[in-house]
Structure formats: C-alpha cells, structure tokens
Write a protein that binds this ligand. Structure first.
Ligand code: RIB
Length: 298
C-alpha cells in the first residue's frame, strides 16, 4: 500500500524557556534553534523511516527548500511538493525544561495550496492506496471527497483540532489517529473507553487509535481492542512524538503487520523521539527502533 501524505511543512523556531510565557508577560528565552517540522513533514519522515512507500504532497516558499531536501534525504518522495511565491509555514515553539511544549503556527504556503495541485497529486493514486491528512493545510474537505471517490483509504490525524474538523466528511475516514483532547472534542466524552465507544457508534466503518500520553495508547477496530504501554526514556522535547507514533503505526498498517506489532514499534519510536530535541530530526530509523533496548514504563 502506498501512502500519500498531503500535509504541512514548517520551519520550527524552538525557544527553550524555564516556563511558558504568560498573558501580558515578557520573558527571555535561554536559546533559539531552528528545526524542520510541520505535522505533515514529521509524519512523512516517520513513515519513510519505518519503511513505508511515502509520498509527501504540500507547498513551501523559497525559504523552505531545506525542508524538501530533508524529506528527500529521509526517503520520502518529494515530487508532489510545490514551490509557491509566499513564505513557508512556520511554528514558534516554547519548550520547558520538562520537555513539554506549546506551539503557535503561521500557515504560510501550507494554507495556500491550489486545488489544481490537489487534483494532480490525487490523480496518481487510487484503490489500495492511503491518503493521510492532518489539520494544518487548506483543502482537506476536497482531498477527502476526491480520495474517497478514487477508492483510497483515508487516515485523519485532526491536529491541531479546531471547529473546521467537525465540518469535514468524517464518515469517509478509515483511520482516526487522535489524542485524548481530540477524542473529547469529537465525541464530548472524556474517558478513553467512552471516547472509543462513541467513535464506533458515530463512525462504525472506521477504526480509532487513541494516544493517552503516559497511559500509552488504545486501538479499537469496531471488534477488538488493543492496548499498548509506553517506554521509559529521558524526556528532552516532546515535539513531534505524536507524529512519530502516527507515521510508524501507519507504516505498519500499510505493510500488513499485526496490530500489536504496529503499536509496539510506534510506541518505541516515539519514546526515542522524545529523548532528542527537535521534531523531524528526532525521529529514529527503523533500525534504531529495532536495536533500542527499551524498558516499558511501569
Ligand atoms: O507536531 C509537532 C509539529 O507541530 C511541529 O513540528 C510544528 O511545526 C507543528 O506543526
């Protein structure tokens, strides 16, 4: 199964801070570093690192060429990325000593993708392929409708969650990849099992993978539940950990691996990703994941 990931490419400006700046406050950052990021780009890096046949479609400005090069170097097909005459998307990310982050996004080229580019990219895919989407580009409704008509499966990671997600044709989604907040926003439920039940009631043809931070993750395919814990690694920066999980998991799905194996590798890969600063650059290769000696977190 080929995976077309139509998603964002961002330049991440990462500021290390003692604690997040508060409303009305001015605070000094300890350091600033620039990294490749964007939920789309991170997930394509993870897909390719895990061994999937990953095609990334999206848009950058002239200042985003290094993002395309990084994606190419990490093994994704970049022929469907367009250069637009606008700035590349970027993110302002504060990272606290605990490794937690908060992110401010500027869409830039990610929000100006022309419909004709979407049409062109999708025309190269069809039944047996999977379209992966996040919520950082324009045109998700169009992409979902067209991909569904083409017989593609659709995986949706609705991050960052906003009201627009509820307006999408969610009945066309085969795989939801959610964190607890997103699950709550979609169903109104708070407890993980209740979120999964509500998702299955509302979208019976889809499967939901819910990530729960230190509580691991739960997958429900309408029939069966799988639970996966997390692994113990020192936390340097959690940015991109969810993207690593998504990419590794879907790569396993695309190659027909058993669900418990897909979850185990995704969990190990994201544990390794949090132990390294940055987003895309922290995503481990499959070899690193397989060789890592990781202990489950009790
Ligand atoms: O999920 C992490 C990503 O969110 C960052 O790389 C940032 O660019 C934002 O898109």
């Amino acid at each position: 199964m080929r995976i077309l990931n139509f998603g964002s490419l961002n330049v991440d400006h990462v500021y290390r801070v003692e604690r997040f700046v508060q409303p009305g406050e001015t605070a000094a950052a300890r350091s600033l570093r620039l990294f490749a990021g964007g939920k789309g780009l991170n997930q394509s890096v993870a897909l390719a690192a895990a061994g999937a046949q990953a095609f990334h479609a999206g848009a950058v400005g002239a200042d985003g060429e290094f993002l395309v090069e990084l994606l190419r170097d990490r093994g994704a097909d970049v022929s469907l990325i367009r250069r637009l005459d606008v700035p590349t998307g970027h993110a302002i990310i504060q990272v606290e000593d605990s490794g937690q982050n908060c992110i401010l996004l500027y869409g830039g080229a990610n929000r100006q993708i022309p419909p004709e580019q979407m049409e062109d990219a999708l025309s190269r895919f069809g039944k047996g392929d999977l379209l992966l989407l996040q919520n950082e580009i324009n045109g998700n409704r169009f992409l979902m409708e067209r991909a569904f008509d083409l017989g593609m499966e659709i995986a949706l990671n609705p991050s960052p969650m906003d009201g627009a997600v509820r307006e999408l044709p969610l009945e066309k989604v085969s795989w939801f990849l959610l964190n607890q907040g997103e699950g709550q926003a979609l169903t109104g439920e708070q407890a993980p099992d209740r979120i999964l039940e509500a998702m299955a009631r509302r979208w019976p043809d889809s499967r939901t993978l819910l990530t729960l931070g230190r509580q691991g993750s739960v997958l429900w395919d309408g029939d069966r539940i799988w639970r996966q814990g997390i692994y113990d690694t020192p936390v340097a920066d959690t940015t991109g950990a969810g993207d690593t999980f998504t990419g590794y998991f879907l790569s396993g799905v695309a190659s027909g691996e058993p669900m418990d194996r897909c979850l185990e590798l995704a969990s190990k890969a994201s544990a390794l990703a949090v132990s390294v600063p940055g987003a895309a650059g922290s995503i481990p290769t499959r070899d690193q994941v397989l060789r890592a000696d990781l202990r489950p977190l009790k």
